[in-house]
Design a protein. Sequence first.
Length: 435
Amino acid sequence: MKLWRMLRLLPPVVLGIGGAIWLVSTAAPPAQTDRQEREVSARTIIAEARPIAPVLRGYGTVRAAQSWQAVAEVAGAVTFRHPELETGNMISAGTHVLEIDRGRYETTLKEAEADLTALRTEGRQIAQEAENTRLILEIERDRLALAESDLVRVRTLAEQGTVPQARLDEQTRATLSLRRTVQELENTLALIPVRRARLDAQIARADAAKARAERDLRMTRIDTPFDLRVGDVHVEQHQYVTGGQPLIQADGIARAEIVAQMSLDSFPRLMGAAAPDGMRFDASRRDAILDRITAEVRLVSDPDQVWRGRIIRVENGLDPQARSVPAVIAVDAPYEGANPPTRLPLVPNMYVEVTLTGPAGEPVIVLPAAAVHGGDTVYLRNADGRLELREVTVAWTQSGESVIAAGITAGDEVILDDIVPALPGLRVVVAEPPE
């Protein structure tokens, strides 16, 4: 029974094996293809040397170059307040904006002038007394000379017995009296310089009192020292103010300043480019060097708002933690052309970006920063059209460009795209014509 079942399966198996043999024998052989070399497509440029200007960017806050804070130097009630003296208003230089009651100080000045007049009159009196005393002294000296001559004559006669002793005594008393008078007059003249010196000291003190009274009177009037924009006003009309009390705070509108924090690593390069022929940066050459650097100020919140500026100095202290240099940028006429909102004035506390550009130096090889891989490798397409890896030295990088100090020469074809994997000898097809 089992044998019969196996015999029944034999024909289909034989047919299957025969069909498979026929299919294999009649099938076409597999297609054969030639192996091709791998290649990549990439953009390239031809390296060339060109001058490049160093550019630095930093950020800072605007402040007024001039600020004014009026402080009361005398006490009194405010008798005048300019109607335009309000926060935000602009006032021209020399405008009379405040006045403190002058009455008290005018009275003090008159008293000082009266004291000075009295002292000067006393000085003239002393001079006249000295002249009068000198005239009287001359007369008394003449009288004394006559009296002494008479005394000699009377003494001679008395010795001869011609005149009595009483006459000699009388002449002696008269001569002594005249001597005393002359001595008193001489003493009076000797005291004149002392009196004059004391009077001169009193006059000097009176002059000082008058000058102080005149100054106090001038301090009652407050005028603006320059064109300004009013900030805070701390006083009202009829209000009593004391010496030292703040009255007005305002900012000048002639010039604005920005203290921009610049990279400590890049700033010396900018100054070196601005110093022609290695000129030393000292006080005598500072302005000439800084004038070769251009400055552009741009509002961070609205980059279309741009002002031209100039670097005027570098502040004393550096920030070692932030590695920044505080460069002071000046913008003249920050309110010129203002037409809000399309054109804003450059006002204090604006946050701005400052771009400093130095003069272009000697031609150097400049490549896009993206063409430098790993900070020191550039992909080249050699004369055979194959990938070559070249180690380079990057001098510095700015605005997406790297300045190559060594490793690349003018005429080298530099690959711009990143190739993965970057295998030396790989065939490179130019995706775009070299620039």
